[in-house]
Design a protein around this ligand. Structure first.
Ligand code: HEC
Ligand code: HEC
Length: 347
């Protein structure tokens, strides 16, 4: 009698175990994200759950906003904003390369090599501070920097204003956008910034999965999602709908010469070599990576992370078994560049 009882009990335990293990990652992650497994996030870290791509903050249904965007788009592609008249914003932020330039460090005026890698301008509306070192706090303010920079567009604002005011097409575009044909630097920056805010990622397969298409992700990608949220510690910094905490960290993940990053902006000792956490949306199409473009192979990045590089205590070492899944997941949050119709440059 006792023997039978033990056998039945064992059978019951085995059945329960099997039915639990049957719950696949697909089932688990198909639930609302509030019911997902708890992520590995250190105490004190402010984080938000991964989520669907938010819409652009610009209302393109509104006609007056549309006119500001059209003006900004023309300016973004206009080489006359540079001293040599050969370089536009789009020289280093190319629509066909997900708005990057695809090279280690950007080439500016007469081939001057920039100190840093050109980040994508996709989703840049989301950042609280811009540039790898956070030295700009708005897209309006940011737009002045490349125009004035001797290694980028090598121009100056009075000169750009003189040129624009001579172009009849711009008088019309400014008038349509701002109800007055007065051309000034603030309006120019406002238009460029408004255009940039319309440049966002396309929805990825991860977004489709979150929106209910349970087969949008492969097993490998689901494994990667789970690893990203749990054992690898990525969520400590790359979290929320844009996969960034909007903060700065020291990760020691690049091979170039020392760059003090955020310290150059704040002059605080603890900010040395800290850089902005970049969004990971479309990351498979925005290489080479890191502030100095010094890594052009995703496997190398994962190998560095795996060892838990010294830098931030938020970086966690993990097993090489996780790497394949992580890279698959990064692919699932990346969409290639959408066809983009370049503007007609006014004359
Ligand atoms: C010569 C190449 C080059 C040109 C021309 C250029 N950029 Fe950039 N851009 C860069 C590089 C490099 C960075 C990163 C610099 C840094 O962080 O120190 C950058 C950063 C940015 C950022 C910040 C993105 C972020 O995630 O922080 C924005 C926005 C931007 N550029 C917009 C523009 C606009 C608008 C223009 C034209 C007025 C322009 N760029 C012209 C190379 C260029
Ligand atoms: C401590 C915060 C932190 C953690 C944890 C972290 N990252 Fe990062 N990540 C950053 C910062 C900061 C950068 C930019 C560093 C630089 O440019 O030198 C970065 C850059 C990257 C890049 C290159 C992006 C680009 O556009 O150049 C990838 C890919 C990346 N991280 C993936 C991951 C993955 C996957 C994990 C988990 C294994 C992870 N990160 C964990 C902060 C972090």
């Amino acid at each position: 009698m006792r023997k039978w009882f033990v056998i039945i009990l064992l059978a019951a335990v085995v059945t329960v175990c099997i039915s639990f293990s049957k719950e696949s990652l697909r089932d688990i992650y198909s639930r609302p994200s509030s019911e997902w497994p708890k992520p590995l996030v250190d105490a004190g870290v402010q984080w938000t759950e991964l989520a669907v791509l938010p819409a652009s903050p610009v209302d393109l249904q509104n006609d007056s906003v549309k006119n500001v965007v059209e003006l900004g788009k023309a300016l973004f592609f206009d080489t006359r904003l540079s001293g040599s008249e050969k370089i536009s914003c789009a020289t280093c932020h190319k629509p066909e390369l997900n708005w990057t330039d695809g090279i280690e460090k950007s080439l500016g005026h007469e081939g001057a090599i920039n100190k840093r890698n050109s980040p994508t301008i996709q989703n840049s509306w989301f950042y609280k501070r811009l540039f790898w070192d956070g030295r700009s706090s708005s897209l309006q303010d940011q737009a002045f920097a490349p125009i004035n920079s001797s290694s980028e567009m090598h121009s100056d604002m009075p000169d750009v204003m003189r040129k624009l005011r001579r172009i009849n097409g711009y008088k019309e575009l400014f008038k349509k956008a701002f109800d007055s044909d007065e051309i000034n630097p603030d309006k120019m920056a406002e238009a460029i910034a408004t255009f940039e805010k319309t440049i966002i990622s396309s929805k990825s397969r991860f977004d489709q999965f979150l929106e209910g298409n349970k087969n949008a992700l492969t097993e490998q990608e689901l494994k990667g999602l789970h690893a990203f949220r749990t054992k690898t510690g990525c969520m400590n910094c790359h979290n929320g709908s844009m996969f960034t905490d909007n903060l700065f960290h020291r990760t020691n993940l690049s091979f170039g010469p020392v760059d003090n990053g955020l310290y150059n902006t704040t002059h605080k000792e603890e900010d040395r070599q800290k850089f902005k956490t970049p969004s990971l949306r479309d990351v498979m199409y925005t290489g080479p990576w890191m502030h100095d473009g010094s890594i052009s192979d995703m496997l190398t990045i994962m190998e560095l992370y795996r060892k838990g590089p010294p830098g931030s205590p938020l970086l966690k070492p993990f097993s090489s078994k996780e790497i394949e899944g992580l890279i698959a997941f990064l692919r699932a949050i990346s969409s290639p560049a959408e066809p983009f119709i370049k503007p007609v440059i006014p004359d």
